[in-house]
Design a binder for this molecule. Structure first.
Ligand code: C3B
Length: 822
């Protein structure tokens, strides 16, 4: 593609002038970021219009990826990468005396998601556009995304993330597509002249849903898809002269509803809090998205019976599951279809992805709340449930147990997973092991009744962001050795295998790793004031803080290593830097206390002369997509240590692998498949298997006290939690963590994540890591092989599997790739 450098420079300067009445020299860094972004947006919008024109012409099937979360990360750099203009733009800016990296750093990190689930949605949008599929992401334009984390005195403090403060250049308001969404009131019904029962929601409050579109640029193919996120506005500005008391009250309430509904992202990951506002958020964006999907279809088609041939709804976990009932409502109430017609279309349109088996994440809404907020939707869910229970009875006559376990409405609750399974044609897990557990354990009854719906789609990540953008040194090196096909065909990385034993290649490869470690060390110096040695082993655990992910086991092991060093100061010990990054949900006590523990241990160890820098512990503040890119590139060891069976897939594990880190992990989630690809020799596996963990759980747990009593190393570390070693002013500070491991009243509640059970095996695996790292050549070979074997874990592969098994879209190729610059 042609890039007109002079034209681009002129546009940037002109943007600074028209936006800010300033010259480049006078402009702030933020203003330069805005000016550059608008210059890029100008190009993107041309491609966007061309893509949408072609879609209108070809009329392909459209996927709507429905998700409460899209963890996009910064757009500028990624757009440049996918426009294949990164280097040219960097050069043009350089000629203006502007550093593109600094410009990129001015962009707020749109954090409209918590962790894995939201980031997966973002990777999928990148792959869909790159693979030439017509797709919309549908979500919420939260005014405040994921909170910014500050560490004060070792504690996490949550600070609001006002990502829209300076205006976001990559969004476009589309008021022409606004939709009304109704809450509350009651349903009245009457029979019309044709003998049909008509249902009407009355006495409701409503909000206006106004979409903002963000462009999703495909890699090098001219395609630009859309992330459509909905903002809320009051339906009508209430007039002050409306002195009728009822109206005034209602107007104020509607105004508040609109103000509150999109205010903030719930910062819970893998945890359901059951808040009314959360259900409002869900229905708000689903109703708007479903209405718009049907309206869009009807603009160019006449027969709604073929809706599913042109539209697929993918439900990202149970959060968007009201879509099943909302589509039924729109088809029946707004378009006069019968129940049976609407049901067939709905089932063929919807598909559900399960992302977790954690029971605390299961969404179950109390009937009282659900029916009060969504009276018409509740009626429809009741009818879906009535018909489904009849089916259960037909299949299993007299079996009450099946009804109790499978009904959508039971025990005063609406079970969203059951609705998603019954109302769709596909149910998928996100890694092979996870799908097996769904089929054999969690969703066993549903699998027995409808096995044809179940399928696996192992997660993936986009190599465009997590290698090409995040690790330019390695990306260039790979391209020099095996060409650049890997950018859109990740399995092409396997050609690197021939370099695994090549000493020159090994050296270059490890030298790149070293430079990335220097880059991260600088970041740590600037942000944490800690000096770390880039020659030490960088052992990294970055992900949301959750007990099942076992950051606690990691830090307990560091405490153990420290004891060893104190006892044997002259022991043979390869220097290690342990790096953590994690946000804890604001109300999650043990998670927040674990952050404090990590920081307290860091304080002691980093400053102990006996250690002499051989162990460093670093907690990186405010872990997010933008700094993640640097962290993955610099890691030697990837900590993937969840209790087996608990991590549905994990995707960080794949980002580390792609950047040449070796996995230290349990046989959980996608780790199983990573090891399968790279070979057991090139990873460090430890701990109980998923099967063993499930065995224990089904038969009443295990007793960590036995381990505590019999293992003095473990006992010593646990006692240090409560004897003030790491909190001399308040020895009781970490008692809740101690109790979570050794709750003596009720053994079934002690150490539910098997930390003590796995501890020794983890420590032993860590010893293997150290030994392996000392063998430089072998380590280089393993690291290189990890990159070479990462091909399977591209989200491009995942998307093609969704296409093959669930969506069945046709690709749209643009007639001519638009010019990069006009
Ligand atoms: C996560 C799971 O915890 C991860 O194992 C998985 O890789 C990702 O989803 C993507 O599939 N997850 C999440 O981030 N939030 C939830 N509410 C449920 C699952």
């Amino acid at each position: 593609m042609k890039f007109d450098k002079e034209l681009f420079k002129g546009t940037v300067l002109n943007n600074i002038k028209t936006l800010y009445r300033r010259t480049l020299e006078e402009a702030t860094e933020q203003q330069i970021f805005q000016a550059v972004s608008y210059a890029i947006k100008d190009v993107v919008v041309d491609n966007w219009m061309a893509t949408q024109k072609e879609y209108e012409k070809k009329d392909p099937k459209i996927v709507y990826y429905m998700s409460m979360e899209f963890l996009m990360g910064r757009a500028l750099g990624n757009n440049l990468i996918n426009l294949r203009a990164y280097k040219e733009v960097a050069e043009a800016l350089d000629e203006l005396g502007v550093d593109l990296n600094l410009v990129e750093d001015q962009e707020p990190d749109p954090a409209l998601g918590n962790g894995g689930l939201g980031r997966l949605a973002a990777c999928f949008l990148d792959s869909l556009a790159t693979l030439n599929y017509a797709a919309y992401g549908c979500g919420i334009r939260y005014r405040y995304g994921m909170f910014r984390q500050e560490i004060r005195d070792g504690y996490q403090v949550e600070v609001p993330d006002n990502w829209l403060a300076d205006g976001y250049p990559f969004e476009l308001r589309r008021p022409e597509y606004a939709k009304e969404v109704k809450f509350g009131g009651w349903v009245s019904s009457y029979v019309d002249e044709n003998g049909r029962t008509i249902f009407k929601q009355e006495g409701y409050q409503s909000v206006q849903a106004v979409p903002y579109d963000m462009p999703i640029v495909g890699y090098g193919n001219g395609i630009v898809n859309t992330l459509r996120i909905w903002d809320a506005q009051p339906v009508e500005c209430f007039s002050l002269d409306s002195f009728d008391k009822g109206d005034y009250q209602k107007a104020v309430e509607q105004e508040n509803l609109a103000r509150n509904i999109v205010e903030v992202l719930y910062p819970n990951d893998n945890h359901y809090a059951g808040k009314e506002l959360r259900l409002k958020q869900q229905y708000f964006f689903i109703s708007a998205s479903v209405q718009e999907a049907v309206d869009k279809y009807m603009r160019t088609h006449t027969d709604l019976h073929k809706f599913h041939e042109k539209v697929a709804f993918q439900l990202n976990d149970t959060h968007p599951t009201v879509a099943v009932a909302e589509l039924m409502r729109v088809l029946m109430d707004d378009h006069d279809l019968s129940w049976d017609e609407a049901w067939e279309i709905t089932c063929k349109t919807c598909a559900y992805t399960n992302h977790t088996i954690m029971s605390e994440a299961l969404e179950k809404w109390p009937i009282e709340l659900f029916s009060r907020l969504l009276p018409r939707i509740y009626q429809i869910v009741e009818e879906i449930n009535r018909r489904f229970v009849l089916r259960i009875q037909q299949m299993y006559p007299g079996n009450q147990e099946k009804i109790r376990k499978m009904a959508i409405i039971y025990d005063g609750q609406v079970k969203m997973a059951h609705l998603a399974i019954v109302g769709g044609h596909s149910v998928n897990g996100v890694a092979r092991l996870h799908t097996e557990i769904l089929e054999k354990q969690e969703l066993r009854d549903f699998y027995e009744m409808m096995p044809e719906k179940f399928n696996n789609k192992t997660n993936g990540i986009t190599q465009r962001r997590f290698l090409l953008h995040a690790n330019p040194l390695l990306a260039d090196w790979v391209t020099d050795h095996v060409g650049d096909e890997w950018i859109t065909d990740l399995p092409a990385l396997s050609r690197l295998r021939i370099y695994a034993d090549d000493e020159k290649a090994q050296q270059e490869f490890m030298n790149i790793k070293y430079q990335n470690k220097v880059r991260l060390a600088k970041y740590i110096r600037e942000h944490n004031g800690i000096e770390v040695d880039p020659r030490s082993i960088f052992d990294v655990q970055v992900k949301r803080l959750h007990e099942y992910k076992r950051q606690l086991m990691n830090i307990l092991h560091i405490m153990y290593l420290y004891n060893e060093l104190k006892d044997h100061p002259d022991m043979d010990f390869y220097p290690r830097t342990f790096i953590f990054g994690a946000k804890a949900a604001a109300g999650y006590r043990n998670a927040k206390l674990t952050i404090k523990l990590i920081n307290s241990v860091a304080d002691v160890i980093n400053n102990d002369p006996v250690v002499d820098g051989r162990i460093k512990v670093v907690f990186i503040e405010n872990y997010r997509v933008s700094n993640a890119e640097w962290i993955f590139a610099a890691a030697d060891v990837s900590e993937q240590i969840s209790t087996a069976s608990k991590e549905a897939s994990g995707t960080g594990n794949m980002k580390f692998m792609l950047n040449g880190a070796l996995t230290l992990g349990t046989m959980d989630g996608a780790n199983v498949e990573i090891v399968e690809e790279v070979g057991k020799k090139n990873a460090f596996i430890f701990g109980l298997s998923a099967e063993q963990v499930i065995q224990y759980e089904n038969y009443g747990g295990y007793n960590p006290m036995d381990i505590f009593n019999n293992d003095q190393d473990i006992r010593r570390v646990l006692m240090q939690l409560i004897n003030g070693t790491y909190s001399p002013q308040d020895p009781e500070l970490f008692r809740p963590l101690y109790n979570s491991l050794l709750n003596t009243q009720d053994t079934a509640k002690a150490d539910t994540y098997f930390i003590l059970a796995d501890f020794k095996s983890y420590a032993e695996a860590q010893r293997r890591v150290e030994a392996a790292y000392k063998d430089e050549k072998n380590w280089a070979k393993s690291a290189l092989l990890n990159v070479a074997c990462a091909g399977k874990f591209s989200s491009d592969r995942t998307i093609e599997e969704y296409e093959r098994d669930i969506w069945h879209q046709e690709k749209v190729i643009l007639p001519s790739k638009p010019e990069l610059s006009k």
